[in-house]
Design a binder for this molecule. Structure first.
Ligand SMILES: [Zn+2]
Ligand SMILES: [Zn+2]
Length: 261
């Protein structure tokens, strides 16, 4: 029997590799710089993500007993409405967690690992330091658990969340027209990976650009895409070296400064 982690990987390979071949934004190889590192993140991140969900589930079972009024109110709503509410609440929480990752110097050292990729594609999605992964997932999921969203809604949201994450990092040039204002697209998130701090301090939301519009951080120029990705400093490309990178780097390096807020 094929394990779920491998099945998911095969689905991604069969969906995104042909898409990136047909609609390539930048001419780059499948086996570009750092692919082995990102492949390692894919498999380790899967199990870290599962572990985080198990721990959060235990906490949520405890907290649900403390807010039964809210959980009853949420549970009485139709599933489609619960899904929309869960997605909006989680993305608002993600927005602020992501902004903290960019504004608090010691958090930025962990998040910088995600921004270190110089080639964006679907596999670059998973280059996230485990601490960053635990931090953002906790900020997104805890409010949903505490509010009592059903397990079907949480499962549907998790699937939606992963699908959008792989899409927005993918190396594809597809015109989403008016949809780009409603839902995150490569056009939206690639600017967040531009190598200039001026741009990577834009577009913090994971799924809904209107959240950035609301807080004045939206940047989607017409018909233009970034040319270079990454950071002004060099981050090691090796997986294990990236894990210890936030603990080893002593000095602060460019991140969102006060004048850009
Ligand atoms: Zn970021
Ligand atoms: Zn990203």
């Amino acid at each position: 029997m094929i394990p779920d982690v491998l099945k998911g990987f095969m689905v991604l390979v069969f969906v995104f590799i042909p898409l990136e071949r047909m609609f390539a934004l930048h001419g780059q190889k499948i086996f570009r710089v750092g692919w082995q590192t990102d492949l390692t993140y894919y498999f380790t991140g899967y199990f870290i993500g599962k572990g985080v969900l198990q721990v959060l589930l235990v906490f949520s079972l405890l907290s649900l007993q403390t807010v039964p009024v809210l959980s009853n109110l949420v549970a009485s709503q139709p599933v489609w409405l619960q899904f929309l509410e869960a997605a909006a609440i989680a993305d608002f929480c993600y927005y602020f967690a992501h902004k903290l990752l960019h504004t608090v110097p010691w958090l930025w050292k962990f998040h910088a690992v995600h921004h270190s990729t110089t080639h964006l594609d679907w596999l670059a999605t998973v280059r996230v330091h485990p601490f960053d992964q635990v931090f953002t997932k906790t900020c997104q999921i805890v409010p949903l658990y505490c509010l009592g969203f059903s397990s079907e809604v949480l499962a549907a949201y998790a699937l939606f969340c992963s699908g959008i994450a792989f899409l927005i990092h993918s190396n594809i040039r597809i015109q989403f027209r008016f949809l780009k204002w409603l839902i995150a697209t490569p056009q939206f998130h690639h600017w967040h990976h531009d190598d200039s701090p001026k741009f990577y301090n834009k577009n913090f939301a994971a799924q809904f650009p209107f959240i950035d519009l609301l807080f004045g951080t939206l940047y989607i120029p017409k018909d233009r895409m970034p040319e270079r990705y990454g950071l002004e400093i060099s981050v090691p490309t090796n997986y294990f070296k990236q894990l210890v990178f936030p603990f080893k780097i002593r000095r602060h390096f460019p991140f969102l400064n006060k004048s850009q807020l």
